[in-house]
Design a protein. Structure first.
Length: 419
């Protein structure tokens, strides 16, 4: 089976890459090989089913790279976003009949606020563009033979599902002139996450260290603290290692069984020290009332006590924080004098994170130094292009990761020569 271009992976970046190839080379014979029983599984789950697919504030500051220095990362991303940024995303989805809407913080969603409508629209675009798709087809090897690439592909699980596309029954080889690797990352295995992409490319490019990103933290919690599970709060947090601040963040937090979730907590995870021993000395320090100074909170609590003297809740923080959080802080404080300091700074030991299965993204991937920009071809094999989360770029929450998938997919699909 011979194709002009094969895309490995039918996630956000792979689908965008295939559509981009078709736009730039309308006569190109294109195939997407996807190991799952359907395309775009993570897109379907994104934004709690609403699909936060971009953000007005697309800047390199909202992205990280584990291996590249700040200026290399900035140059790489600026070049990429000059080619395809959020304005192009609006135009792209608008052109497919999906207008976007923005919330107050600049997050972009399909107007329907329904991720499945994005999946359906992209699927229809592939069908209309006559891009071939083969599902349950896992690429297990890439071989460079003269000027072409040969892929060994095996059937992946057999799940009876309604499919829009054909699926693979038995092992086959495929050849192509240009290959786009869009295998995503190992985060969220239940939605297709895998380390297959890193393995396929290990002979072609250096891969950085990999860390779970955007994932809840594991906290060491005694029985009293366990009662906090399910409680949300808006506050701020500092992550410390041996008393040194690693990072800080503010926003929404959610206590879960044995841990801390919520967008603001999940963004802390990529900064955790990787050494397990070291984790024993990692602490998260929570401020439940970041809008108040300590002295203001002390005055407030003492006045409150005077007003409510003799009532059950004269020594509590009910009304400032949720009742269960107040109960916990009061128990931990013991005296009213200790309550305000605890509201400003309650510490828990951190025991790593909930790991790759619970992570939304992976930090790290194919090192930027291994990739030509602006083509996204590999320096070692310029007929292989890479895009999406497989690359050592990860974004904050807010639509930055999907925007990176659209941007890098579009660029890879230009199939620019790299010399
Ligand atoms: C629960 C959840 C919610 C999220 N919400 C948001 C959000 O609201 N906004 C946002 O910006 N980002 C969000 N993200 C992150 C975002 O979904 C990803 O960054 C994005 O999907 C990455 O796109 P990708 O194409 O690189 O990888 P993927 O979407 O993971 O696609 C890779 C595809 O390649 C396939 N594949 C892998 N290896 C092979 C192989 N060897 N052969 C064949 N196929 C293979 C996989 O099955 C997969 O379908 C969320 C992620 C999760 C898990």
């Amino acid at each position: 089976m011979k194709y002009d271009c094969i895309v490995i992976g039918g996630g956000a970046s792979g689908v965008m890459a295939a559509l981009s190839v078709c736009r730039h080379y309308p006569n190109c014979k294109i195939l997407i090989l996807e190991k799952e029983f359907q395309l775009l599984r993570k897109v379907e789950a994104s934004g709690n089913g609403r699909c936060n697919l971009s953000n007005r504030n697309i800047k390199s500051e909202n992205y990280y790279s584990l291996q590249a220095g700040k200026s290399a990362k900035q140059k790489f991303l600026q070049t990429a976003f000059n080619i395809f940024s959020y304005a192009d995303t609006i135009e792209f989805f608008g052109g497919l009949g999906v207008p976007l809407r923005f919330d107050h913080s600049g997050r972009a969603y399909p107007y329907s606020e329904q991720a499945s409508s994005v999946v359906l629209t992209l699927t229809q675009a592939l069908i209309k563009s006559k891009i071939e798709v083969l599902l349950q087809a896992e690429v297990v090897q890439i071989k460079s033979i003269d000027k072409s690439l040969e892929l060994t592909v095996e059937p992946y699980k057999t799940v009876k599902q309604k499919r829009h596309f054909a699926y693979l029954n038995s092992a086959q080889t495929f050849q192509c002139k240009k290959l786009i690797v869009a295998c995503g990352s190992k985060a969220a295995r239940n939605l297709g996450g895998t380390d297959s992409g890193y393995q396929l490319l290990e002979d072609y490019a250096a891969i950085s260290e990999l860390r779970p990103g955007l994932v809840p933290l594991n906290l060491i919690m005694d029985e009293k603290a366990q009662s906090l599970a399910g409680q949300r709060f808006k506050g701020s947090a500092r992550l410390l290692f041996k008393n040194k601040v690693l990072t800080q963040n503010s926003g929404e937090f959610l206590f879960v069984a044995g841990g801390l979730s919520g967008i603001a907590a999940m963004e802390l995870a990529r900064f955790l020290p990787q050494d397990n021993q070291a984790n024993q000395e990692t602490i998260v320090e929570l401020d439940f009332v970041p809008d108040y100074q300590l002295s203001e909170m002390e005055d407030f609590l003492f006045n409150r006590r005077k007003i409510l003297a003799g009532q059950n809740n004269d020594f509590s923080a009910v009304g400032i924080v949720k009742e269960k959080i107040s109960d916990y802080l009061v128990q931990r404080a013991g005296t009213i004098k200790n309550l305000a300091p605890l509201m400003k700074s309650t510490s828990f030991k951190v025991d790593g994170s909930k790991g790759f299965p619970a992570a939304q993204i992976t930090a790290g991937g194919v090192c930027l130094s291994q990739i030509w920009m602006p083509s996204l071809a590999l320096k070692s094999q310029p007929n292989i292009y890479v895009c999406g989360e497989l690359i050592d770029i990860d974004g904050k929450t807010g639509g930055f990761n999907l925007q990176w998938a659209w941007t890098s997919g579009f660029i890879a699909g230009q199939l620019r020569d790299s010399f």
